[in-house]
Design a protein around this ligand. Structure first.
Ligand code: ASP
Length: 472
């Protein structure tokens, strides 16, 4: 017999079915036992009457407790008028059990699965994430995440984008955060870096003639915990296009997200359509921040105030953190060093660089920055000039030889954007904590209580890598 999933039972009244799933709860009513059997799609009530069950099934039934995994064969019956449960998708039916088989037993979970109100602390939830993901809300976050990514992939494929997977073992890239380093065994003393973003690869893909690239790209940044970031790793919807103006990039992203939200979150509404394009200087002056919350009613959980921020300054004053990157002069790129200055401001690079504006664009939503991008520099000399202005040494510059070299072989003008998927998605799902939309996130202090990572490694492994760990 084929398996019937819980929600299909409403269409099978009078039929014998086989169910598989977890016991959500058990209610004893004298001799009769009610079990709610849960699967990924929902839940259905199973009625167990001893006289209907064979002997082994009766023994099984006696030991069944919440979270046991069962196979149940039984007959789907319509419920009487008074027994109908309007709050359940399968509330019009129940399954009269004929055979019950315990596929696996379960310990009492460390927190309740069918009660979201009494939530355990985050460390415990992450330690038992596989149980936490059984919660209805968490499961829905995972299902919606999958649907959303599916939408994005389809949309961009339809617009003739090509999905390219760029390396994870890569070279340190300057996106403004600390790198995660991976020691090389073949080249002792040398390190790969996990990419902070595929920025240089996607630019080189434009040189390669891909014209329209996207990737649901994992990005790794070793940053101290901040409320709006997931520590360690996150995903960007990374895009790059050739022969485009800034307008084309904004229009593409705006159309894609508008359609995505209308299809997947029909209850949401936009404060502005189309999304306003605001100048950085004006926004800073008016709101004191470059990510203003422009909602008309901040209590309305369905209001979405998207806005574009443009005309950013190309540079900002350097801070301590920028020095960490090895830059040593006066200017730090306000986004990243591949962002193009506005043509009319290029002369300012020689006279007053702080005044030069760039082709950077940020997308903000309800007070959060949910993505950024720019038109890129595609002229090797201009790129060198920017390197000089941010105080790169000859050695620093050498580490970008590959990109400047690529620009010598016919580089198309190009630009792109990389909306941060986890942040955007968590706002759409109404989750305050970004980790609620990530299957297996790190805790805020960047450790994983489930796998117990990071962890120490064997002496032999270190030996092979030529690494010695300093005590203390
Ligand atoms: N790579 C940039 C970032 O991670 C985004 C972009 O410029 O496309 O912020």
């Amino acid at each position: 017999m084929h398996r019937t999933i819980s929600t299909e039972t409403t269409q099978k009244v009078g039929e014998t079915v086989k169910l598989n799933g977890w016991v959500n709860n058990r209610r004893n009513m004298g001799k009769i036992v009610f079990l709610d059997v849960r699967d990924r799609w929902g839940m259905v009530q199973v009625v167990c009457v001893p006289s209907e069950l064979d002997e082994t099934s009766q023994v099984s039934l006696n030991e069944v407790r919440p979270e046991f995994v069962l196979e149940v064969e039984g007959m789907v019956q319509a419920r009487g008028e008074k027994q109908i449960n309007p709050n359940s998708a399968t509330g019009t039916v129940e399954v009269l059990a004929k055979r019950i088989l315990v596929l696996s037993k379960a310990e009492t979970p460390p927190f309740e699965i069918d009660n979201e109100e009494r939530q355990a602390n985050e460390e415990l939830r992450l330690k038992y994430r596989y149980l936490d993901l059984r919660h209805e809300r968490m499961k829905n976050n995972m299902l919606m995440r999958s649907k959303t990514l599916h939408f994005v992939r389809n949309y961009l494929h339809e617009k003739d984008f090509v999905e390219v997977q760029t390396p994870i073992l890569s070279k340190s890239t300057p996106e403004g955060a600390r790198d995660y380093l991976v020691p090389s065994r073949k080249f002792p003393g040398k390190f790969f870096a996990l990419p902070q973003s595929p920025q240089q690869y996607k630019q080189m893909l434009m040189v390669a003639g891909m014209e329209r690239y996207f990737q649901i790209a994992p990005c790794f940044r070793d940053e101290d915990a901040r409320a709006d970031r997931s520590p360690g790793e996150f995903y960007q919807i990374d895009m790059e296009m050739s022969f485009v103006k800034q307008d084309d990039i904004l229009e593409l992203a705006e159309k894609m997200f508008t359609q995505m939200i209308k299809e997947l979150w029909p209850e949401k509404h936009f404060t502005f359509e189309p999304w306003p394009r605001l100048k950085y200087a004006d926004v800073k002056k008016e709101y004191g921040t470059d990510k203003p919350d422009l909602r008309k009613n901040k209590d309305d959980k369905n209001e979405l105030a998207f806005a574009w921020i443009v005309d950013f300054p190309l540079f900002t004053e350097q801070t301590e953190e920028d020095f960490f990157q090895g830059a040593g002069d006066k200017w730090a790129p306000s986004h990243h060093m591949f962002t193009a200055p506005k043509e009319e401001d290029i002369p300012l690079l020689d006279t007053d660089p702080g005044k030069a504006r760039s082709y950077q664009h940020d997308l903000v939503l309800n007070g959060w920055e949910v993505g950024g991008g720019s038109i890129r520099i595609h002229d090797a000399n201009l790129q060198r000039k920017i390197f000089d202005l941010i105080g790169f040494t000859e050695k620093d510059k050498e580490s970008f030889t590959h990109l400047l070299k690529a620009f010598e072989f016919g580089v198309p003008p190009h630009g792109g954007i990389a909306p941060g998927f986890d942040r955007l998605f968590s706002i759409l799902q109404g989750e305050k904590n970004i980790r609620e939309v990530i299957a297996f996130p790190l805790l805020a202090d960047a450790h994983d209580p489930l796998m117990d990572a990071p962890s120490e490694v064997k002496e032999e492994q270190l030996e092979e890598l030529g690494i010695e760990v300093k005590k203390n």
